[in-house]
Design a protein around this ligand. Structure first.
Ligand SMILES: NC(=O)c1ccc[n+]([C@@H]2O[C@H](COP(=O)([O-])OP(=O)(O)OC[C@H]3O[C@@H](n4cnc5c(N)ncnc54)[C@H](O)[C@@H]3O)[C@@H](O)[C@H]2O)c1
Length: 284
């Protein structure tokens, strides 16, 4: 999609990190914005520094709620008449070995990371299709959606599902003859607040993996070492929308890990790479 000025972007998880930078990048393109998150103060902190003249609506919205995302779509279409870029970006992480991940870890992580994207697709895509304009659905997965990462079973499962869902969505849109496009964003570690994502964890899902601490520490260290910023990820995402590149891999080393995994799957290479965090690229 080449021309973004005056078009409408909806961004979930816009109160922090990658979502905040996507909001700034879309504003810089002259887009109208609907910014959604559970964190109302964080939404204000995203919106307030934006230059005057940008049309911005903020909405408190839990993406794991079917009804809340439906209300978000109602707001966006009522305010702006259409949506051209839908960023299903909100996400959370719960770390630790698969065997000690709690039922609440699974419910929370799959509810936000996977069903949040599903809810966005269900509430927005039919209306975007009916409008008939060009547009993109941009789903934030992760390098952890393309590879396997120790200490990250629930997170990886949710992100692999988002990659598969995005691939299916593209095929479904093509089959339906829709001009809508899809991108799936797969960053490795980027310094954001995701390692503290339990700050917004619902009380009824509070029981967390008792063995998460060492993995949390490794993610923090990996984020500090990351050479790719959330702003870099946002600008690469805008470029990928412009160029219509489906897979967005901001960290080049992730390509090697994907290649290695696919070689293992097809039996082309008989070794195994068990480590790395959130698709960490500390190994070449
Ligand atoms: N930071 C990384 O290293 C990294 C790497 C790969 C993928 N990602 C993905 O990027 C996306 C953005 O994460 P980030 O790194 O910017 O983290 P972040 O914690 O800085 O931002 C995530 C935002 O999502 C919001 N959120 C959490 N639960 C929500 C819910 N139920 N409904 C609505 N909003 C909710 C949070 O309030 C926060 O503002 C996530 O999907 C994450 O999985 C991050």
């Amino acid at each position: 999609m080449k021309h973004l000025e005056g078009k409408v972007a909806v961004i979930t998880g816009a109160a922090s990190g990658i979502g905040r930078e996507l909001a700034a990048a879309c504003a810089a393109q002259g887009m109208k914005l609907v910014l959604a998150d559970v964190d109302r103060d964080g939404l204000s902190a995203t919106k307030d520094p934006m230059p005057g003249g940008i049309a911005v609506h903020t909405a408190q919205c839990d993406v794991s709620s079917v009804e809340a995302v439906q209300r978000l779509a109602d707001l966006a279409f009522e305010e702006f008449g259409n949506v051209h870029l839908l960023f299903n970006n909100a996400g959370v992480a719960a770390l630790g070995p698969v065997w000690s991940a709690t039922p609440e870890d699974w419910t929370w992580v799959l509810g936000v990371n996977l069903l949040g994207v599903v809810n966005g697709i269900r509430s927005f895509v039919p209306r975007m299709m009916a409008a008939g304009d060009e547009g993109h659905i941009v789903n934030t997965a992760s390098a952890a959606g393309l590879t396997a990462v120790a200490g990250s079973g629930a997170y990886c499962a949710s992100k692999h599902a988002v990659v598969a869902l995005s691939e299916c969505l593209l095929k479904d849109l093509q089959l339906a003859g829709s001009p809508l496009k899809v991108n799936v964003l797969c960053p490795s570690l980027v310094k954001t607040a995701i390692v503290d994502s339990s700050r917004h964890r619902p009380v009824h899902l509070a029981a967390t993996n008792p063995d998460s601490a060492p993995f949390d520490q490794r993610v923090r260290a990996g984020m500090e070492a990351s050479e790719v910023s959330a702003a870099d990820v946002a600008s690469m995402t805008i470029q990928a929308i412009h160029d219509d590149e489906f897979y967005i891999l901001p960290h080049p080393a992730v390509r090697l890990r994907v290649e290695e995994r696919l070689r293992n799957i097809i039996g082309d290479q008989h070794h195994h790479q068990p480590d790395g965090l959130l698709g960490s690229t500390d190994e070449p």
